[in-house]
Design a protein around this ligand. Structure first.
Ligand SMILES: Nc1nc2c(ncn2[C@@H]2O[C@H](COP(=O)(O)OP(=O)(O)O)[C@@H](O)[C@H]2O)c(=O)[nH]1
Ligand SMILES: [Mg+2]
Length: 343
């Protein structure tokens, strides 16, 4: 049985006697104690009633979880449908709009190791047509934290990237950053960076060149820290070959976001992923504010309908961004606790 971590109240009381200058020492001390005392149950501050999580009744003790991540349209749902040989296991998008921002997991026996089951988790990208990035982060974080709190094991993570992309788009960079923050450095050795859509390339050589670029730039740090790369060839066999290196129970991993939420009991906005998203959104707020003031001065009181419309759209976007930044603000209570070195 996991010991309850609320026994850390003693340390919390100690914090009343410490000055903010010693907060770093207390943070270290409290983190160490948290690790020693076990992870305990996650209270699920961020969880909502309609969130998808794994039902304890459907899980077996040695199931291994593989979250599949990446930008919208990279082929996550297609990869999962292919690996489980069920064309409708998850919804595949067929136009520019993303399909569903709900998380869906599919459980499947490992054909290479009968008796072992793998839980593939289809996650929405941080560029969904209908859902805010802050909501996407909350859903992914809740799924991962709940499964870790219930003692489920993550084998590793598959990150998909379309090889047909001629340059790294802003959304792809954002997705990669969020992915790195969710995994943390310690999770990188269990990451497979997979390129998709090789059959849609006009010639394979262009794909080989792009893969080389990814290896030497955007993916370099991750590869240096143990992440592997692979190509998805659109078949079930290819998908299982890709995940094989991470399907070893003794090499399972704990993702950084799971550690932060469940072990360190952080609020989502205090996590590295929360911080990174808040900073990206804050930059966008500034850009939008500049655009609005520019449009207002251009408008100069004259009735240009196109300008009016652009202004209205940008103001609407700014409003939505500010709402997200607000959702990612660290609550005052949590900030006060962190001054004393407690999460
Ligand atoms: N040729 C090819 N097309 C793919 C591949 N993966 C996805 N697609 C197509 O790309 C589109 C988006 O795929 P989807 O699986 O919904 O992407 P998701 O948003 O990442 O889940 C669909 O039209 C798929 O048919 C692939 O590996 N090869
Ligand atoms: Mg999908």
């Amino acid at each position: 049985m996991q010991p309850e971590r609320d026994g850390c109240g003693y340390i919390k009381r100690l914090s009343r006697f410490c000055t903010p200058s010693s907060s770093q020492h207390f943070r270290l001390l409290s983190d160490t104690l948290m690790a020693i005392m076990g992870k305990g149950k996650w209270k699920g501050k961020e969880q909502r009633p309609d969130d998808t999580v794994m039902n304890p009744a459907e899980v077996q003790p040695n199931d291994l979880i593989i979250p599949v991540m990446g930008p919208s349209g990279a082929g996550k749902s297609t990869f999962i449908n292919t690996v489980v040989r069920q064309p409708d296991a998850t919804l595949v998008g067929h136009d520019l709009e993303s399909c569903t921002a709900k998380i869906k997991h599919v459980i499947c026996a490992n054909p290479k190791n009968p008796g072992q089951r793998v839980v593939f988790v289809d996650t929405p990208g941080f560029d969904d047509t209908y859902e805010d990035d802050s909501e996407i982060l909350r859903r992914i974080a809740v799924w991962l934290a709940r499964s870790y709190s219930d003692d489920r094991t993550v084998a590793g993570v598959v990150y998909l990237h379309e090889i047909t992309q001629t340059r790294m788009l802003g959304t792809s960079r954002k997705n990669l950053t969020m992915f790195q923050k969710l995994c943390g450095d310690e999770g990188l050795k269990n990451v497979i960076l997979v390129t998709t859509k090789w059959t849609s390339l006009p010639d394979e050589n262009s794909g080989v060149k792009r893969e080389e670029q990814l290896k030497n730039t955007f993916w370099k740090d991750m590869i240096d820290q143990g992440s592997k790369i692979a190509r998805f060839h659109d078949t079930c066999e290819s998908a299982w070959d890709i995940v094989e290196p991470i399907l070893k129970e003794d090499q399972s991993t704990v993702l950084h976001i799971q550690k932060e939420l469940v072990e360190l009991k952080k609020f989502l906005p205090q996590t590295e992923a929360g911080n990174a998203l808040r900073s990206t959104l804050s930059d966008l707020v500034e850009t939008h504010k500049k655009t609005i003031s520019q449009l207002r001065s251009e408008k100069g009181g004259q009735g240009n309908e196109e300008l009016h419309e652009k202004l209205r759209d940008t103001e609407k976007e700014l409003h939505a961004l500010l709402k997200q930044v607000q959702e990612l603000k660290v609550p005052l209570g949590a900030r006060v606790r962190s001054w004393f070195g407690f999460h």
